[in-house]
Design a protein around this ligand. Structure first.
Ligand code: PMP
Length: 365
């Protein structure tokens, strides 16, 4: 166990939250900033809550250096709704969108987009069981594509784009950044739309963050229902209807925490250090641990690996849980083990896992 009886939490999402944020939420539970009530009990039309939304937006802008030509919205419906909303807003009826297929989540995004319009698969790594990110030369781009969609980190397979795909010109990038947003600096100006479910790096589930370039609002069909329309949702500052107020507040505190510790450049260093601890054990294990991802496509957020047998994998999960290392079972569609090392996971937890893995190999290898 970690300090305060807290688990070493490797859950894939919902996942570990920064401890100072949980402490602040606890301290303010009955009385937020002298209002005599919890944020949960407060009108979403109150001055206090408006301030909360504006601060969260401003802090995200600061963290990712988001220019004024982009809007930010806090949405509902999970990243799964974004799979439909992105094409509903940005894919014209007579157009086609490029998608890169790199794992379960891009596959789901593609299936949903195909219900809305025409999809062209610009590259796929399905042949190799989604163990890598395609090389730039593999992308077969449609010169008329409405946008190119990619999944910056495939949470289930544990493969992550080292940097965004390079497009010759024109088509905006659309990214599902659910499992690696704010884990490193990115150049937002390369994107048309970035969306991310909050429950990995941003806070509790129930909130989705969308960052969208304002000129793309022009593409939105006039008959789109308001709750699916990025422009309506962004221009109302996420207050078109009652947003998940407490979740948005918690996301705001996580963003503030990230700024306080030094921003995305600092968290990038910490994330790389954590991932290195675990990959080093895999690489030094002489094949006892087999990483799923090819080394140059390895995710810093989700480390996926197998053991020599399924029996040993089950034993690993059981024994790790008994030692306070929680959430290491791989996704059912891939099997094996997965250690999720999101922003809020302390280095000490990655070190505890590395130590556990070495000891497990010594006694079971
Ligand atoms: N995309 C990615 C990359 C994810 O990791 C997840 C959730 N694990 C989703 C989409 C789906 O998110 P939600 O459950 O919020 O719809």
């Amino acid at each position: 166990m970690y300090k305060n009886n807290r688990a070493h939490n490797f859950n894939p999402g919902p996942a570990a939250m920064p401890e100072p944020v949980l402490e602040q939420l606890r301290d303010e539970m009955l009385n937020y900033a002298g209002t005599g009530m919890s944020v949960m009990e407060m009108s979403h039309r109150s001055k206090e809550f408006e301030d909360i939304v504006h601060r969260a937006e401003a802090d995200l802008r600061t963290l990712l250096n988001i220019p004024e030509s982009y809007s930010i919205a806090f949405l509902q419906g999970g990243a799964n709704l974004q799979f439909a909303m992105a094409p509903m807003n940005l894919l014209p009826q007579d157009g086609s969108a490029d998608y890169v297929l790199t794992g379960n989540w891009s596959q789901t995004a593609i299936k949903e987009a195909q219900k809305i319009g025409k999809v062209h698969i610009a590259a796929s790594t399905q042949d190799g069981n989604f163990n890598r990110i395609p090389a730039p030369s593999e992308l077969q781009l449609d010169p008329h594509a409405a946008y190119l969609h990619f999944t910056s980190n495939e949470t289930i397979q544990g493969v992550e784009w080292p940097s965004e795909p390079v497009l010759p010109d024109g088509a905006p990038l659309v990214s599902d950044a659910s499992s690696d947003i704010v884990s490193r600096p990115i150049d937002v100006t390369k994107y048309g739309l970035i969306y991310a479910g909050a429950q990995k790096n941003l806070g509790p589930s129930g909130v989705v963050v969308a960052i969208i370039r304002n000129d793309l609002f022009e593409r939105i069909p006039a008959n789109l229902p308001a709750m699916l329309d990025y422009k309506v949702l962004a221009e109302s500052h996420s207050l078109h209807n009652t947003p998940p107020t407490f979740g948005v507040y918690a996301v705001g505190l996580v963003l503030k925490w990230l700024i306080d510790i030094g921003g995305v450049a600092e968290i990038q260093k910490r994330n790389e250090a954590k991932a290195k601890r675990v990959y080093d054990v895999i690489d030094a294990s002489g094949g006892f641990y087999r990483g799923h991802a090819q080394p140059d496509s390895r995710s810093r957020m989700n480390v996926t690996f197998r053991l020599p047998t399924e029996e040993l994998e089950k034993h690993f999960v059981k024994k790790s849980e008994a030692e306070g290392l929680v959430g290491l079972k791989g996704h059912r569609s891939v099997g094996g083990l997965r250690a999720s090392l999101y922003n809020a996971l302390p280095l000490a937890s990655a070190e505890a896992l590395a130590e556990f893995m070495r000891e497990f190999q010594r006694t079971n290898g």
